[in-house]
Design a protein. Structure first.
Lengths: 66, 401
């Protein structure tokens, strides 16, 4: 699985980073950084948490990938 | 065994409760009631993209999750009463219905001042409020008075400035000072001044004058502000009026236990819910977007749980953000009842700011403007219930590195 990020919507709130620390980070310029291009089922709960709290609705999970 | 659940309130907390119920395996009858006629929509854009006329209402409808296909939506009908013992709901259209479980997420209503029932004077909570404000801001020669320096008022001020509209902000102390402290409030006032807002502090709006439509606002210092549009951003009142006599405990919200349970088979979430957050030792409501998501989910899990132990207490670290003038303001933690504010970084050129909040010997919150990386770092630190002296020390270490 992998994240699809709508980069037009993402404005680097960083809320997702707390939910999915193994998958996402934020750099010093407030840009979202994808730490893991793909992830397995063991990280799905983290990923779903990140999707849920994104205030810009910029994240979705592509379940067919990887 | 729950066979039927009603969610009263079709906004963010109610929607997340419904989603969580289905995702947790609840397959029974699920009905969502909303007093507005609209499907659940997102409120943060109301003061920004919607008020500025950049987005239409279709753009803020919240994502339709497939898991909610089997939900009955009863929209445009307000709940008018509840009997908590029998979990019977009464509605404005005369209907009444009983459920095994009820989630209450009826939100809050903006406060109004007396004498403000005239054209041009707005509050901002609903989509319809925002569309009405947008139309008034689009009037040729519009001049805006923002009454109250809270975040709704601040965001409307910023939106109006981006449209080139003259704005006067009227605030008793300093913007958001009652929650963030006077020093941070003054810095926020300066941010608005740099962007052309006429900020009037230590005054109150006393009269809204005009012949059929607002023409000016009369202030407590005797001055008058010419304005044909005003927005009242003076706080909200939780929507509990319909629960008088229900059997639920009401006191500035629905009083819940630490798990969001208000009565057997009844939970509450979002702006209307007041619960003890043991992490910060405080009994309060939290009116943030992030809390609506998390508390909606927690309340739903509590409703399905056999016991309080199965789900545990709701102890969030609040997270709040506001977007203004291209800057992101964020607060993590609870500034409520703080003993000290320390301004660690303040750059008036970039607008960048970092402030830390102490209560007793603990770090309880951090505020950042254009400072997301550090806000995230302090959010992680707050997970550890950090001592103030260690938090300040770690900061000096970071700055040295």
């Amino acid at each position: 699985m992998k994240f699809n990020v709508d980069w037009d919507l993402c404005d680097g709130n960083g809320v997702c980073v707390i939910e999915a620390p193994d998958l996402l980070d934020i750099d010093d310029d407030s840009n979202l950084v994808i730490l893991a291009e793909t992830f397995g089922a063991d990280k799905l709960a983290q990923a779903e948490g990140a999707v849920r709290v994104c205030p810009k609705h910029a994240l979705t999970i592509d379940r067919s990938a990887g | 065994m729950m066979r039927s659940i009603a969610v009263v309130g079709a906004s963010l907390a109610g929607l997340n409760a419904a989603l969580t119920l289905r995702n947790a395996g609840f397959t029974g009858r699920l009905v969502v009631f909303g007093d507005e006629p609209h499907m659940p929509y997102d409120r943060p854009p109301l003061s920004k993209e919607i008020a500025r006329g950049e987005w239409g209402p279709d753009k803020i409808v919240l994502r339709r999750e497939p898991v909610l296909d089997d939900v009955e939506w009863r929209l445009g009908v307000a709940a008018t009463g509840l009997d908590a013992a029998s979990r019977t709901l009464h509605f404005a259209d005369g209907a009444e219905e009983s459920f095994d479980g009820i989630v209450i997420a009826t939100g809050a209503t903006p406060r109004r001042l007396v004498g403000t029932e005239q054209a041009g004077v707005h509050v901002l909570r609903s989509l319809d409020d925002a569309l009405a404000l947008k139309r008034d801001l689009a009037r040729p020669g519009a001049r805006l008075a923002v009454v109250g320096g809270g975040f709704v008022g601040q965001e409307v001020a910023a939106s109006a400035r981006s449209l080139g509209i003259p704005v006067t902000m009227i605030e008793a102390v300093a913007p958001a000072a009652h929650v963030l402290g006077n020093e941070v409030g003054d810095l926020i006032a300066d941010m608005h001044r740099r962007n052309g807002v006429d900020v009037r502090l230590a005054v109150a709006a006393e009269a809204f004058e005009g012949d059929g439509r607002l023409a000016s606002v009369h202030l407590s210092d005797g001055s008058r502000v010419a304005a044909d549009v005003a927005v009242l951003g003076i706080g909200v009142t939780p929507n509990t009026g319909w629960l008088e006599g229900s059997g639920l405990a009401l006191d500035n919200g629905i009083l819940c236990d630490e798990t969001c349970l208000a009565a057997p088979g009844i939970v509450a979430a979002g702006d209307v819910a007041r619960w003890p957050n043991h992490r910060f030792g405080e009994l309060r409501r939290v009116e943030h977007w992030d809390n609506a998501v998390r508390q909606g989910a927690h309340a739903a899990r509590r409703l399905l749980a056999a016991s309080a132990e199965d789900v545990g207490p709701y102890t969030p670290i609040p997270w709040f953000w506001s977007d203004q003038y291209g800057l992101k303001i964020q607060v993590v933690g609870s500034t409520f009842g703080h003993d000290e504010v320390r301004i660690v970084e303040s750059d008036t050129t970039s607008g960048r700011l970092l402030a830390l909040y102490r209560r007793q010997d603990r770090l309880v919150a951090a505020l950042g403007i254009a400072n997301v990386g550090k806000v995230v770092r302090y959010r992680r630190l707050l997970d550890t219930d950090p001592l103030w002296k260690d938090s300040v020390a770690s900061l000096e270490h970071n700055d040295a590195a």
